[in-house]
Design a protein around this ligand. Sequence first.
Ligand code: IMP
Length: 186
Amino acid sequence: MTELKVLISRDRIATRVGEMARQITADSRGEPVIFVGVLKGAAIFLSDLLRSVQLDATFDFIGVASYGDRTVADQEPRRVWDSTGEVRLTKDVDQSLRGKNVFLVEDILDTGLTLTFLKRLLLGHQPKSFRVAVLLDKPSRHKLAVEADYVGFTIPDKFVVGYGLDYAERYRNLPDICVLPEVGLG
Ligand code: IMP
């Protein structure tokens, strides 16, 4: 059984998500918002954030994959983590975002390739406003100059799982965010 070390406890996550929700509520000034969650990693973060904002809020999901993704558990870990950088859409939003206040909700900002791809795509809908909320940010891994408007936690260059984040589809159901030691590079 893989040894998992807790990096961010469920209590800290709940506190921080509450703070982010209060900030988003204040910044939105009573306007309706739509949260667009990136499948599958952001699903749990989105559901907690959504229930904490005090706004007229709806949500949708968008799906992306990387052409370099490996999802087989016995692949060499670094190859699972590091994609080729080519992002493709696997599920589009179900509705028009034109004229809406859009919050893109992502689990983790790593190289920034996914966010860059999605930002360009969603801005093409001509939303009224567009903001990005990420639970985790690994600034040392950024390859592109892209930033989120709301960041839950800044973390070191480690591979993390739990609270929606996976390793080969496993561990998404862990309530804490944990480090998988053999995948971390630090
Ligand atoms: P980026 O395009 O390199 O910024 O990567 C974003 C995506 O890579 C995230 O949505 C995750 O699916 C995945 N990812 C990056 N780092 C981790 C990690 O530490 N754990 C789990 N997934 C990660």
